[in-house]
Design a protein around this ligand. Structure first.
Ligand SMILES: [Zn+2]
Length: 341
């Protein structure tokens, strides 16, 4: 093969074009009327007659190679660039449908809890995550130096007067009760903080939902029926519920709430530590001191309160056994919670 023809052919084969601009460069150089290929054809007349046929064949090969290459560059450009150049876009095609993500499992659980309580007349209240000592502790019957404060060590933003990251959403209860006169019937979902070492079972950031009902003649029966309603709506009609006497500074009497284990249905398994029961919430009648601290007449009004961890409820619903997964933003974990968005 003629060495000039050969080098043009090589150049065509090795040409790399990934943009519209490079495609145009290729066209000008190898396809257009002023291209090197056209130039080669013009040399045909100088070739001795006996070699003309062979030379002509070589030129046709080069021309064909240039056209094939040109077409393949266009194909590549179209497939690598989805939007393509305007002439290659078919706007009538249905959309290809990208990844739309999913709701975080805690968001799903929070929405379910809010829906359940809204159906029986609770509204949703919100409050600050950075709180003063009074709303987080003192108003809720945690006297200074009380050992219960030790269990809720947190992060202090300022000292004297103390500003801190709230250890529970109960500060919203205090603010709600101070805001007016009963009745109050509200739930408070939110993020809370504790000074805990991070492990599978403890975290320095987690979420709670608390509930508060203060009115005339509210009794423990109302608390029990409210919890029954919630547990059966959340975990199914077959769910068994029990109240265990307990202690919290802000309620009297106080009880922890257990439900029958969702895994073993009461037979005993690792999750329920072979008891058949798992704890879901703390609850009790609001301590009269707390009502008085917030300016509510404890002779006239009574109330109940309860609180639960969103991560705990999600753990029971989804069998997630490591708290850290909720905040690691691992897409492999999060994408398992597809919901109808
Ligand atoms: Zn079990």
């Amino acid at each position: 093969m003629n060495s000039k023809v050969e080098s043009v052919l090589k150049e065509i084969e090795n040409f790399k074009a990934t943009t519209e601009k490079e495609l145009e460069e290729f066209r000008l150089k190898f396809i257009s009327k002023k291209s090197v290929v056209t130039e080669l054809f013009s040399e045909l007349k100088n070739i001795p007659n006996d070699q003309k046929k062979a030379f002509g064949q070589q030129l046709n090969e080069v021309k064909q190679a240039a056209q094939n290459k040109f077409k393949s560059i266009i194909d590549n450009l179209n497939s690598s660039n989805e939007s393509g150049s305007q002439s290659h876009v078919d706007l009538t095609l249905p959309p290809s449908g990208g990844e739309i993500g999913s709701l975080h499992p805690l968001t799903i659980i929070r929405a379910q809890i809010i829906e359940i309580f809204e159906r029986i007349g609770f509204n949703v209240s919100d409050g600050p995550e950075i709180e003063d000592d009074w709303h987080n502790f003192t108003a809720l019957n945690f006297p200074e130096n009380h050992p219960a404060r030790e269990m809720q060590d947190t992060f202090f933003i300022e000292r004297n007067p103390d500003m801190l990251l709230r250890t529970h959403t109960s500060n919203v209860q205090a603010r709600l009760m101070k805001s007016g006169t009963p009745p109050f019937r509200s739930i408070m979902p939110g993020r809370v903080f504790r000074n805990e070492a991070i492990s599978a079972r403890a975290h320095c950031v987690f979420h709670q939902v608390e509930g508060l009902y203060v009115a005339e003649d509210v009794s423990f029966v109302d608390l029990k029926q409210t919890i029954y309603h919630f547990a059966k709506e959340m975990f199914g009609k077959e769910t068994q519920i029990r109240f265990r006497p307990s202690y919290f500074p802000f309620t009297e009497p106080s009880a922890e709430v257990d439900i029958s284990c969702q895994i073993c249905k009461g037979d005993g398994c690792q999750l329920c530590k072979y008891t058949g029961w798992v704890e879901i919430a703390g609850s009790g009648m609001v301590d009269p001191n707390v009502l008085e601290n917030c300016g509510i007449d404890s002779e006239k009004y009574t109330g109940f309160a309860f609180g639960m961890g969103l991560e705990r409820i999600a753990q029971l619903k989804y069998q997630v056994n490591d708290l850290r997964l909720y905040t690691e933003n691992d897409v492999r974990f999060l994408s398992q919670f597809k919901t109808g968005l």
